[in-house]
Design a protein around this ligand. Sequence first.
Ligand code: 3PG
Length: 206
Amino acid sequence: MSVIDILRLGPVMPVLVIDDLSHAVPLARALVAGGIRVLEVTLRTPVALDAVRAMCAAVPDAVVGVGTLTSPQDLADSKAAGAVFGVSPGLTASLLEAARQTGLPLLPGTMTPSDVMTARAAGLTACKLFPAAVAGGVAMLKALYGPFADMSFCPTGGIDAASAPQYLALPNVACVGGSWLAPKALVQAGDWPAITALAKAASRLR
Ligand code: 3PG
């Protein structure tokens, strides 16, 4: 599946920070039960790659990617763990090259027109806008649509259930990313029904 096909599977891609490996599978199940299948597991904790392996093995309906990739090694490790796509906060020549070599679909972070041009020149049609709210939010995406009407975005960073619909109404937004579907307190409490309820609400956003 290409990045754009993955992004279009749902309106919201949850950004997950998994501290405890035992949370990985129930968290993925809770999100999928709420209709949210595309999951970004950030490489910010020591158990992240094990979490990806566990989710891929136990939750076949989940489409699991790895986020916070910053090096070619991160990308290779993610692919080996079973991730079907990668997400980066930024865009570097070495990451683009590693994605090309490994064949792992990459959603690179962009924040400027030059970043978008670099991604497009590499053959990509979808980028993350990060950090979206700080980068100008909805107004920035409207401005990018002028010169880059052929590019789709997954804005992430500072978006929540209240602001997501404004982003999702834009023609160049494929989906939005955000951490609000898996709040730390609910994950640590193991309140999976509450997370399923958040996912159900998010899956109805568009
Ligand atoms: C992140 O970096 O954690 C993501 O961009 C999510 O941001 P958010 O917590 O503002 O949704």
